[in-house]
Design a protein around this ligand. Structure first.
Ligand SMILES: O=C(O)c1ccccc1NCC(=O)[C@H](O)[C@H](O)COP(=O)(O)O
Length: 223
C-alpha cells in the first residue's frame, strides 16, 4: 500500500471549513492564536470550533507566535489541543514542550537547502518560506519554497511542507519535495480568513491521490 500524504488544514475560523476538513479526512486542523492574522481566533471561538471535532477525527493544533506561557495557558484552560505549532527559537520551543507536555511542531522558515535543520529535538517541523523582515506575520502568506531543496534532505524529525500550496499545485509540490505531509491555509480560502469547503475538499483529494515520492515515515501524528 503506497504511503499516504498527511494533510493539515490551517487557520480554520468557521464551522463550514472545519466540517469540510473533517469530512474529507484531514489529519490535522489548525487554529491560529495570533492577533495580526486574518485567521485569528480567540480561545472561546476555538473552543466552539474544536467541539465539532469528533473523537478519532483530525488532531487539533494550536498555532502560536513567540507566545508567553500565559497565552498558551489561556487556550488550554478553554479548550483541548493535541499539539502546538510554535514560531520561536529552539530553546523557547523546547521550554514550551516541557512546560505543557504537548507535542510541539517548530515552524522553520527556509530560503535554501542550507537552511534545512540537520538536528532537532522537536516532535515535528513545519518547513515553509522564510518571510521578508517586513512581513506582518511569519506564516499564512501564500509563499512557497523551492520544493526541490527538501528532496534528499535527511529530516531530523517528522516534517510537513507548508507555504503557497493550493489544490492546483499540491501534487507537483509533493512530487518535487518528497514531503510526507502538507499544510495549507490561504490556498483553500475564497478571501483572507474565509475557508472554501470545495477548495478544502479538492486539496485533500488531490494530495491523497499523490503517493509520497520517498519512503517517508508515516506523517507525524501527535500522541
Ligand atoms: O495562517 C496564518 O495567518 C498564520 C499567521 C501567523 C503565523 C502562522 C500562520 N499560519 C501558519 C500555517 O501553518 C500556515 O498553514 C502556513 O504558514 C502556510 O500558509 P499558506 O501559505 O497561507 O498556505
Amino acid at each position: 500500500m503506497s504511503p499516504t500524504i498527511g494533510v493539515k488544514i490551517c487557520g480554520l475560523t468557521e464551522p463550514a471549513g472545519l466540517d469540510a476538513a473533517i469530512a474529507h479526512g484531514a489529519d490535522w486542523v489548525g487554529f491560529v492564536f495570533f492577533p495580526r492574522s486574518p485567521r485569528h481566533v480567540t480561545p472561546a471561538q476555538a473552543a466552539g470550533l474544536i467541539a465539532r471535532v469528533p473523537t478519532g477525527g483530525p488532531r487539533r493544533i494550536g498555532l502560536f507566535v513567540t507566545p508567553t506561557d500565559a497565552a498558551i495557558e489561556a487556550v488550554l484552560d478553554t479548550t483541548t489541543l493535541d499539539g502546538l505549532q510554535i514560531y520561536a527559537g529552539d530553546e523557547r520551543a523546547m521550554a514550551i514542550r516541557l512546560r505543557f507536555g504537548l507535542p510541539v511542531w517548530q515552524a522553520r522558515g527556509v530560503a535554501a537547502a542550507a537552511d534545512l535543520p540537520a538536528a532537532s529535538r522537536m516532535d515535528g517541523l513545519v518547513i515553509e518560506s522564510r518571510p521578508p523582515a517586513s512581513a506582518d506575520r511569519p506564516g499564512g502568506n501564500g509563499r512557497a519554497i523551492d520544493w526541490t531543496i527538501t528532496r534528499g534532505w535527511s529530516a531530523p524529525a517528522p516534517w510537513i511542507l507548508a507555504g503557497g500550496l493550493t489544490p492546483d499545485n499540491v501534487a507537483e509540490a509533493v512530487a518535487r519535495s518528497a514531503a510526507p505531509a502538507v499544510d495549507v491555509s490561504s490556498g483553500v480560502e475564497s478571501a483572507p480568513g474565509r475557508k472554501d469547503p470545495d477548495l478544502i475538499a479538492r486539496f485533500i483529494r488531490t494530495a491523497r491521490q499523490t503517493a509520497a515520492q520517498s519512503p517517508a515515515a508515516s506523517p507525524y501524528q501527535p500522541g
